[in-house]
Design a protein around this ligand. Structure first.
Ligand code: ADP
Length: 469
């Protein structure tokens, strides 16, 4: 069985969020289980691509509406990611330093067309094409509807929805960008009067997965307009919980850390990382350290953080460190807080992979007051690194964090995304921190949880097997 994952992101090549972590690790675990699992993604102009060697394996042209673009398929050489990696290099469209921008319709459509053109030329075609999110959502439509790709019709397709909030909508005026198809079937592209790549993919893919079982259930009620479609297609949909790459996320071997540690040395190991963070960010290391890492958007509850922090910092009993970027107003508010709360609060506005690792290691608690959380990886990294998650009960957070009031509890869970609920949860965390033996016991239990891909990689393989013609 040969699987081709198609994605806009893949760690460590290009990462914006959890999508990259999943596509950079799931194929590795699938290969370990004896199937061939490869990844194809756009070639961006970034640190990874400029410091690695690629070989050109295909040089061709593609048609995007009236425009013709030359492109190359490059294969990564001399780098052991645990899977074969191919990159689509369309210099005029994709060779940029960022992953997402304003002309994504054209960029990702050209990417998808290039991928399908290339598959057409392959002797040994994939058994399964596995698409991730809306950037690759037109692939299942094109494979089943476009005359040009008629020979790919029998290849099974799987769509994984990492986030249904973003759907890649564009106007029907741009329909000519899609290679010719039977226009009677244009309805497959449409949702609410627009071309909707995520909806098209839900309609045309052979199977649809989401990144946690709870998120799958929630989508029937809240999917940014796609609720009835998901309800209608429910029989081909299933939630598979994301795993984590325990080769990358392992406090014993993590080279980003100030001090590596294992479960038996967690106390001293975390202390060194916390000291470093507190020195760097001028925080009080004697207080419990709360962190937030993530996109500063409504989905993550980031708009409430300034008020939450303002309120909790009044008690003068915690330190807070935030890492993230997103909404500019929220960014500004969070930065302004540092001046008012010197010594107790600080932030790093931006993206910083190394700092994120040290924060998971050095913190005592991780905050995730998400409105929407398809799976959430932060809480899984936190658990692995002995940082207790304080989360809202939603999506993947619901599936992975049990409240400490229950048997086997490993975190603090609140029901609503309201300032009061979040501050109450923080107060509970502070109380727990005071009871060190209990705190340590809960921390240990969390570290012992196995969220490696081992189990979920098998679930995906079972899905592929069920689709084989
Ligand atoms: P998302 O909805 O953003 O994909 P996930 O929890 O699934 O959320 O994954 C987020 C991933 O991105 C994690 O690996 C997290 O550590 C990382 N991340 C998010 N924001 C930042 C940042 N500003 N700097 C470094 N890493 C970040």
């Amino acid at each position: 069985m040969k699987i081709l994952h198609i994605s806009a992101e893949c760690y460590p090549i290009a990462k914006v969020g959890g999508l990259a972590d999943v596509v950079g690790s799931l194929p590795k675990y699938q290969n370990k289980k004896g199937i061939i699992s490869q990844v194809i993604m756009p070639f961006y102009n970034n640190k990874f691509t400029s410091s690695h060697i690629f070989i050109d394996i295909c040089d061709a042209n593609l048609q995007l509406g009236e425009e013709n673009y030359s492109y190359k398929i490059k294969k990564l050489k001399n780098c052991n990611l645990g899977f074969e990696l191919f990159l689509v290099d369309i210099p005029e469209l994709l060779f940029k330093e960022y992953v997402y921008t304003y002309d994504d319709t054209e960029r990702f459509l050209a990417f998808q067309i290039a991928v399908l053109n290339w598959i057409l030329t392959l002797q040994n075609k994939p058994t399964i094409v596995h698409c991730h999110d809306h950037h690759t959502g037109l692939v299942p439509f094109m494979m089943t509807q476009c005359f040009k790709y008629d020979r790919l019709k029998m290849i099974s397709t799987v769509l994984t929805i990492h986030n249904a909030q973003y759907q890649g909508w564009f106007s029907h005026e741009k329909v000519n960008l899609i290679p010719a198809f039977n226009f009677n079937n244009v309805g497959l592209l449409d949702w609410d009067g627009n071309i909707n790549p995520l909806a098209a993919s839900i309609k045309c893919a052979w199977r649809v997965t989401t990144v946690s079982p709870s998120y799958m259930n929630e989508l029937i009620y809240s999917a940014n307009g796609l609720e009835t479609l998901l309800e209608h297609e429910a029989t081909k949909c299933v939630g598979v919980l994301n795993g984590i790459d325990t080769e990358v996320w392992n406090a014993e071997t993590d080279s980003y850390l100030i001090k590596q540690y294992k479960i038996t040395s967690v106390q001293s190991g975390k202390k060194k990382n916390k000291q470093y963070l507190c020195e760097q960010f001028k925080l009080d290391a004697t207080k419990p350290l709360f962190i937030f890492i993530g996109r500063l958007v409504g989905e993550k509850g980031a708009d409430l953080l300034p008020e939450v922090f303002n309120k909790t910092l009044l008690n003068n009993n915690i330190s807070i460190l935030l890492l993230g970027s997103g909404n500019e107003t929220v960014e500004q508010e969070l930065q302004d807080l540092s001046t008012k709360n010197k010594g107790n609060y600080n932030s790093y506005i931006g993206y910083n992979e190394k700092l994120a690792h040290i924060m998971y290691a050095g913190a005592d608690f991780l905050l995730m007051p998400s409105r929407v959380e398809p799976c959430g990886l932060n809480q899984l990294y936190a658990l692995k690194y002995g940082t207790i998650p304080v989360v809202r009960s939603i999506g993947g957070l619901k599936d992975t964090v049990i409240d400490i009031s229950k048997t086997g509890g490993i975190g603090i869970v609140h029901e609503e995304v309201k300032v009061e609920d979040i501050t109450n949860a923080i107060d509970r965390a502070v109380e727990l921190y005071k009871k060190q033996p209990e705190y340590k016991e809960i921390r240990k239990r969390g570290m012992q949880k196995n969220h490696s891909w081992e189990v979920s990689a098998t679930s995906y393989i079972n899905i592929y097997k069920s689709l084989k013609a």
